[in-house]
Design a protein. Structure first.
Length: 223
């Protein structure tokens, strides 16, 4: 567990944009009965893009991290994302197999062109990964919302396909608590007030991009 809690974590945990994102996810999951298989496929195809880019984001963030400690923490998350030494266990591979086993076409899951909000989201991760403080905001902001996002999509897939065993959801239930703790450790360092403000601003930018992402998905899937 994290030995001491940095004030910045309190600021981030109570942010209204984070709360809005979680509320939007709950609404999407609650409306699962309204979604057809094609609509769920749209959601899965868009989710693939940030999922595919996330290991690249982590790799780039490691390269700009200024300390061994930060590099170690970020690399741990990257190692888990990429299967802990087994490429077949990488999250992207588990995602594709889980969704194709649930009846969705591979071309829909992994080859759908990105919507505007999806492209904006991936571009945001790319920009943030070039700067350590911005990258920390994106990293922590992602990890504290990721399980809620994955769980919501899992509910949609289970409702649509009837499959309750979803390995992609299970791997997040297993690993996400460690991801949250590990990303929190990157924020325990003594940051200046200016640095803390940049991290918080970056996390808020990330949550805003995710809100836009799910807003456009709801417009596409529920039209």
């Amino acid at each position: 567990m994290v030995a001491s809690k940095a004030p910045i974590l309190d600021v981030l945990s109570g942010d209204c944009l984070r709360s809005r994102l979680i509320d939007d996810l709950k609404e999407l999951a609650d409306r699962s009965a309204e979604l057809s298989g094609d609509s769920v496929g749209v959601i899965l195809g868009q989710w693939f893009h940030p999922l595919h880019y996330f290991p690249v984001f982590l790799s780039r963030l490691v390269s700009v991290a200024p300390t061994i400690e930060a590099q170690t923490f970020i690399s741990r998350i990257l190692w888990q994302e990429l299967g802990q030494g087994d490429p077949a266990g990488a999250h992207e591979e588990i995602y594709i197999k889980t969704m194709t086993d649930a009846g969705f076409e591979p071309g829909v899951v992994a080859c759908s062109p990105p919507l505007k909000s999806t492209a904006d989201l991936v571009d945001g991760y790319a920009r943030a990964s070039a700067d350590y403080l911005s990258g920390l905001g994106f990293l922590y902001g992602t990890e504290v919302a990721d399980l809620a996002m994955v769980s919501s999509i899992g509910k949609l897939v289970a409702k649509c396909s009837g499959k309750q065993a979803l390995p992609w959801v299970d791997i997040h239930i297993e690993q996400e608590p460690d991801h949250v703790e590990t990303s929190s450790r990157t924020l325990i360092s003594a940051f200046s007030a200016e640095a803390q403000a940049r991290i918080v601003s970056s996390a808020r930018d990330m949550w805003s991009l995710w809100v836009n992402f799910f807003t456009e998905l709801k417009e596409q899937a529920l039209q």
